[in-house]
Design a protein around this ligand. Structure first.
Ligand SMILES: *[C@@H]1O[C@H](CO)[C@@H](O)[C@H](O)[C@H]1NC(C)=O
Ligand SMILES: *[C@@H]1O[C@H](CO)[C@@H](O)[C@H](O)[C@H]1NC(C)=O
Length: 395
């Protein structure tokens, strides 16, 4: 005999179910086919999702367009929070390198010595087709960093050059940009900003006919390790080696090339900044040799660090990425340690050691709503947070 409950009109049934917690819903879903169907409906999960995703973490896809159910989004979000994922090594190579990566939808770009290779990620497992579908050449020495801008890859390398590679063709142009390694590069709003070991940062035009024309040369008096252009496109920040008594974080006007402000006051010598990114036009994140991730508010008169998170093993932080909401992922200098941080907490939330027993820095990491990719000295790893897990019933 079918229980009376199942004869209720659909909207009433969905309403009743929407008051259940995730655990009860998952258990109910195991009772029969009909309940399995109803307990998985978006309408039932919206209330839970509101609580869990708003306060949450990475957003695994947004809404109906992505074709991902609300239940699935809640599940993936919980997986991030709890560190539940499947680990895989996507690529290995023999020589130790300092790879950089960028993720663009189903494409993963990886720098390997003087080349940049583009790999197709294959759903549903997101394994990698080991044969790159495109290789971008043009540098004589190792690529240090590169960025994507829809149509182009813009890279800086140890040969002091900047190269612009058209993504859908093999056409590339290069120009000599610095006397020494181009350590870092960013590109937005029609300009490139590069930073170098030669203690300068430079601004380059991208307008047609003026590509490679230097608009400003900025004497930083300190090796430049990281740069980022502000979302307002009015300024950019440099992260430098901190060899002298200058703040390692300085903001420069993009139009005039003049120094606008220095961040922080007491910095240790050698507290170089290896990665920096804007969260909003007024807030930015930095990390580096001083083993902290720092959150800066440039509106405050003191331009203070408003929050900081310490790497618990006292390792240098090589790279980080924020989801723009509550989560930051960082890569450490030893044992391929990747950490997930919830900005509202002081301690790190989850950590994964990708290279033990041998040690390697995490040179670069990138994540989207479901996957995190980490580039180490001799391998590329993935953490897949969609990995289905029966323990979800005990959510
Ligand atoms: C993340 O990237 C993987 C690999 O490209 C892709 O299959 C997956 O759908 C992406 N997830 C989101 C939420 O965009
Ligand atoms: C990307 O870079 C190319 C090549 O330098 C440039 O022509 C194009 O305008 C840039 N696109 C964007 C969106 O900045």
């Amino acid at each position: 005999m079918r229980p009376f409950f199942l004869h209720l009109p659909e909207e009433i049934l969905l309403l009743v179910l929407s008051y259940l917690d995730p655990r009860a819903l998952c258990r109910l879903g195991q009772v029969c086919r009909k309940l399995s169907h109803f307990s998985g409906r978006d309408a039932v999960w919206r209330r839970i999702a509101k609580k869990c995703l708003n306060s949450g973490f990475v957003q695994p896809g947004t809404d109906a367009v992505s074709g991902v159910s609300v239940k699935e989004r809640v599940r993936v979000s919980q997986n991030w929070k709890r560190g539940r994922c499947r680990r895989d090594t996507l690529l290995k190579w023999k020589r130790n390198l300092m790879p950089w990566i960028q993720l663009d939808g189903e494409l993963l770009y990886v720098s390997q010595a003087e080349e940049i290779r583009a790999y197709q990620l294959r759903p549903p497992t997101n394994g990698l087709n080991r044969r790159p579908f495109a290789v971008f050449l043009g540098h004589q020495e190792d690529v240090c960093r590169f960025v994507l801008n829809n149509s182009h890859i813009i890279s800086g390398a140890g040969d002091g050059k900047i190269a612009l590679h058209k993504v859908h063709s093999s056409v590339s142009i290069q120009f000599t940009a610095h006397d020494q390694d181009v350590n870092c590069i960013d590109c937005h709003g029609g300009v490139i900003v590069s930073g170098s070991r030669d203690r300068t940062a430079r601004v380059w035009s991208l307008s047609s006919g003026r590509v490679g024309q230097c608009l400003h040369t900025i004497q930083t008096d300190d090796r430049v390790w990281s740069v980022a252009i502000s979302p307002l496109l009015s300024s950019f920040v440099t992260g430098t080696a901190c060899c002298g008594h200058i703040s390692p974080l300085r903001i420069w006007d993009l139009q005039s090339g003049q120094l606008m402000t220095c961040l922080g006051t007491d910095f240790r010598r050698g507290a170089g900044v290896l990665d920096v990114c804007y969260e909003t036009p007024y807030t930015l994140l930095s990390c580096g040799y001083d083993t902290y991730i720092r959150y800066w508010d440039i509106r405050t008169s003191t331009r203070r660090c408003v929050k900081e998170w310490e790497e618990p093993h006292d390792s240098t932080l090589y790279c980080m990425q924020s989801d723009g909401n509550h989560m930051i992922a960082s890569g450490s200098s030893y044992y391929g340690v990747v950490r997930l941080w919830d900005k509202r907490m002081n301690q790190c939330l989850q950590s994964f050691s990708l290279s033990s027993p041998t040690s390697s820095p995490v040179y670069c990491l990138r994540f989207n709503g479901t996957h995190l990719y980490a580039a180490l000295a001799s391998a590329l790893h993935v953490l897949d947070f969609t990995a289905s897990d029966s323990r979800f019933t005990t959510l």
